[in-house]
Design a binder for this molecule. Structure first.
Ligand code: PGA
Ligand code: ZN
Length: 424
């Protein structure tokens, strides 16, 4: 049973405050979880409660969320069985009582939900991925490594937010990390040689002053080749344009490139990029408010490319059901803090899998050293994770945890590779 629940304010990878929760059980087991934070958030995400006092933390304080954990939430969950995650999460949702967890704050609720799961796993002396995924959890995810940052994650003119590499041809997860690291370092040399800055953005990818997606894709493709790998066969390209960020008044406004595209022109442009480059997956190709455009693109290229919904679904099961029903994408990005409890996130995963859709477990651009999502990717067997570049410890912590999990699973471990990209 849960005997103690405490929260503290720590800082995330951008130096902003966030919530960390400790849950302690009667047998002394401790579960600790830190809550991540997005920058290009979806409009329908669960509410991250911020104090809004401009005199402290530039308004980003989380003192109210922290006090909700130690006060109201602790009082409500003390004595509950931590092994009953569904019951605990239902109680948290009911206690908050609002549709988007705006009263207690999704950052307060999620911290307790995740810390309780980790305490339960510790109590059973099981690794988290096994506690949540059972004995059969053995699939190591294909990593989508974000090596060029733009959009809201960098101060360069790139309109698209993320350019990633996915080692589809690796034999093991550890090898996938080696391949990614090698390409990352080749890219660094190439950018330097071309006179670009090699400073990194929020997710540890380079943030050179490029203007178009083609320029970024050319650099990445060349780096893959120059490292000795085949673009496509060994390493696939993945993009997250984060299109909601530059969709204004019904138009896709490429400010960096200096071009405006209608929804139909934006679809056309994306289809051309898919023809020209070995792109295996695109996240948020269309804006969260452009479901019609989403449907058009899915009908056009959904049979040859994974189209993953992030802002458009916000890890919300009901929105995912609507997407499945209406042909919006074929894959779901899962960010636990978009929905606020572990049980709801797992239920979204199950709904996607039942429909033959794929799932990508994801970090946020504001992260901590917490590695829960690495275990979650293995537990769900979804076979895909997006957790940033090959630099910044907030990103590499997740890769390192997956290396440990692969080692621990030994002969039972399987690396998903490119086979997971399509389930149908
Ligand atoms: P965020 O962005 O964590 O800054 O919201 C990540 C993404 O769009 O996938
Ligand atoms: Zn995204």
């Amino acid at each position: 049973a849960i005997t103690g629940v405490a929260a503290r304010r720590i800082i995330d990878s951008r130096g902003n405050p966030t919530v960390e929760v400790d849950v302690v059980l009667a047998d002394g087991s401790l579960g600790r979880a830190a809550v991540p934070s997005g920058a290009s958030t979806g409009a329908r995400e669960a509410v991250e409660l911020r104090d809004g006092d401009p005199a402290r933390w530039h308004g980003k304080g989380v003192d109210r969320a922290v006090s909700h954990v130690g006060g109201e939430i602790a009082a409500a969950v003390r004595g509950r069985d931590a092994l009953d995650q569904a019951g605990l999460d239902a109680a948290l949702v009911a206690l908050d009582g609002t549709p988007a967890k705006s009263r207690l704050g999704a950052n307060a609720v999620l911290g307790v939900s995740l810390a309780a799961a980790k305490a339960a796993a510790a109590s059973l002396r099981q690794p988290l991925y096994r506690y949540l995924g059972g004995e059969s959890a053995h699939l190591l995810p294909l990593p989508m490594m974000n090596i060029v940052n733009g959009g809201a994650h960098a101060d360069n003119p790139l309109d698209f937010q993320e350019f990633m590499i996915a080692p589809v041809g690796a034999e093991t997860f550890a090898e996938a990390v080696r391949m990614g690291s090698e390409v990352f370092h080749t890219l660094r040399r190439d950018l330097l040689a071309a006179g670009h800055s090699t400073g990194v953005g929020d997710e540890g990818g380079f943030a050179p002053s490029l203007r178009t997606a083609e320029e970024a894709l050319d650099f990445v493709t060349a780096a893959i080749e120059r490292t000795g790998y085949r673009p496509g066969a060994d390493i696939g390209l993945v993009m997250d344009p984060a299109s909601s960020e530059f969709f204004r008044d019904g138009v896709y406004d490429y400010a960096g490139e200096g071009v405006r595209r209608t929804s139909a022109e934006h679809v056309e442009y994306l289809a051309k990029l898919l023809d020209a480059y070995p792109v295996v997956s695109v996240e948020d190709p269309m804006a969260e408010d452009d479901w019609e455009g989403w449907r058009e693109l899915t009908a056009r290229v959904g049979d040859r490319c994974q189209l993953t919904g992030d802002d458009v679904f916000c890890t919300d099961e009901a929105l995912v059901r609507e997407g499945i029903r209406t042909g919006v994408g074929n894959s779901v990005l899962v960010k636990v803090n978009q929905i606020g409890t572990l049980t709801e996130a797992l239920s979204t995963v199950a709904t996607a899998h039942e429909a033959g859709w794929t799932v990508v477990v994801s970090h946020r651009s504001g992260e901590t050293e917490d590695t829960t999502i690495a275990d979650l990717a293995v537990a769900t067997g979804c076979g895909q994770i997006k957790t940033g570049s090959l630099s910044r410890s907030d990103r590499t912590a997740k890769y390192n945890q997956l290396i440990r999990i692969e080692e621990e699973l030994g002969d039972a471990a399987r690396y998903a590779g490119g086979s997971v990209l399509r389930r149908a």
